[in-house]
Design a protein around this ligand. Structure first.
Ligand code: PEP
Ligand code: MN
Length: 477
């Protein structure tokens, strides 16, 4: 099967779609989709190509991939504070990695479009009522009385994504990422003196290094992909957006045909330039991924994903068979292009040993080029005694360090990490309390204090920096 083999932005419609949303008002849905089709792209083909290029560097062990953000964004959380705290945390995290691993970091946020959620059950019981599960702000409301899917929410998601992205672009082009202002990244509320001191030592070291480079004429301000010079995809630093490609009607409406950028134009043997090839870009985000619940080889999501030019992620859980993984790669990357596919493994700390080595070996034998990253969050969710969904810091670290070790043992390399974290603060300036443990030793009885997630539990600012220090220690050369 090749892309030309009857793929169109709508060919997914003839396949079964897992986690499908049924809209009672089809007419309104069509109207909304027609409108979205006319709205401008959120990201450009050249930005997407730039990310593909950076991902080939991750694949070649010359950069580290950080994929991080909320489990789900909400329309209400689309505020200046939340967006800047999120970007600040991603910048702080990547700075620690750059410093420790002496390697550039490619940053992809789960941001500006991460609204839809797959659910384990289509309905849930609230009180004595059975209602449709909450499917994310772009589908229905968290309020049990607002669970009917409303197509207008899709349009609202487009505009919330746009305003989020606009704010990210303006932050990154107006000095927010500058090393002269790392305090703007909201570190002030980190209460552990050890974490603060270690972070301040790093920013001072980096400031000195940049100052030196500037003095001898090598660098500009900011912490860019190149650690000091060059304008990134979203301004002075490289930053890319992503979301799970779950709502295929929306993804289809945001899929646009463009010629591949002229820098990628091909030349015939006699030196003449062949006519520019046209390809389809999903212009709603730089990077999209297929979730673990929607990765059926004959399903609608895989069909849609095989035709887009964007780099993509595939979630790989414990139920993935080794030969199924290879067949997936044959479908979504038939031409075996570098930087195209990132495998995001999420087995659970107790299952990684049984699953990862077989998956690595199968991919190695197939010869498919891939980037491997670890999502140590989604296989490690548990319910606390008080009934709150949580994750244990120790278990998260256990899956992550097992992944690093197993890759090394198999002659492979872990190229990055996918995390759910948040820089969000409560009104009184405290970090959220959703995951257990970390250097702040968050205990079960502290969980309800500032639990703000309406979806999966996220590492807070301090716990995230703990993870960054740990990874940077593991990769220290
Ligand atoms: C997610 O990344 O939020 C998610 C739902 O992941 P998975 O598909 O791996 O369960
Ligand atoms: Mn999640």
């Amino acid at each position: 099967m090749s892309v030309s083999d009857a793929w169109t932005p709508t060919s997914w419609r003839s396949k079964p779609a897992a986690q499908d949303v049924v809209y009672p008002d089809r007419e309104k849905l069509d109207k909304v989709l027609t409108k979205i089709r006319t709205l401008p792209p959120l990201v450009s083909p050249s930005e997407i190509e730039r990310l593909r290029h950076h991902l080939t560097q991750v694949q070649g062990n010359r950069a580290f991939l950080l994929h991080a953000g909320d489990c789900a964004e909400s329309f209400d959380a689309c505020t200046h504070e939340n967006i800047s705290n999120k970007i600040g945390l991603i910048l702080s995290f990547s700075l620690i990695l750059i410093w420790g691993a002496r390697m550039p970091v490619v940053r992809i946020g789960r941001i500006a479009g991460q609204y839809a959620k797959p659910r384990s059950s289509p309905t849930e019981k609230i009180g004595d009522r059975e209602v449709m599960s909450f499917r994310g702000d772009n589908v229905n409301g968290l309020d049990p009385d607002d669970r009917t899917p409303d197509p207008d929410r899709m349009l609202s998601a487009y505009f919330h994504s746009t305003t989020t992205l606009n704010h990210v672009r303006s932050l990154l082009t107006s000095g927010f990422a500058s090393l002269h202002h790392p305090k703007d990244w909201s570190l002030t509320h980190v209460r552990s003196p050890a974490v603060r001191e270690e972070f301040e030592r790093i920013t001072e070291g980096l400031s000195d290094a940049l100052e030196f480079s500037r003095t001898i004429g090598l660098a500009r301000d900011g912490v860019s992909y190149e650690q000091g010079g060059g304008r990134g995809a979203l301004g002075e630093v490289d930053f890319y957006t992503s979301h799970e490609g779950l709502m295929l009607e929306y993804e289809e409406a945001m899929t646009r045909e463009f010629p591949v950028p002229s820098s990628l134009a091909s030349y015939a043997a006699d030196g003449t330039r062949t006519p520019p090839r046209k390809v389809h870009y999903n212009t709603s985000a730089h990077f999209l991924w297929i979730g673990d619940r929607t990765r059926q080889l004959d399903g609608a999501h895989v069909e849609y994903f095989r035709g887009i030019r964007n780099p993509i992620g595939v979630k790989v859980g414990p139920s993935m068979k080794a030969d199924e993984l290879v067949r997936m790669l044959d479908i979504v990357n038939p031409d075996r292009e570098d930087g195209k596919v990132t495998l995001i493994t999420r087995y659970g700390a107790g299952k990684v040993e049984d699953n990862l080595p077989g998956h690595i070996r199968a991919v190695q034998q197939s010869g498919h080029p891939v980037i491997w990253i670890s999502d140590p969050m989604h296989g490690n969710t548990l319910t606390s005694t008080s009934g709150l969904k949580t994750r244990n810091f120790g278990t998260i670290i256990s899956e992550l360090t097992s992944c690093i070790r197993i890759h090394t043992e198999c002659g492979s390399r872990l190229g990055g990490v996918s995390l759910e974290f948040t820089g969000e603060l409560t009104e009184d300036g405290y970090s959220v309390t959703e995951c257990l443990g970390g250097s702040m030793n968050l205990s079960e009885d502290q969980l309800p204090l500032r639990y703000q997630s309406f979806c999966d539990p996220r590492l807070n600012f301090e716990q995230s920096l703990d993870v960054a220090f740990l990874i940077s220690d593991q990769y220290k050369k």
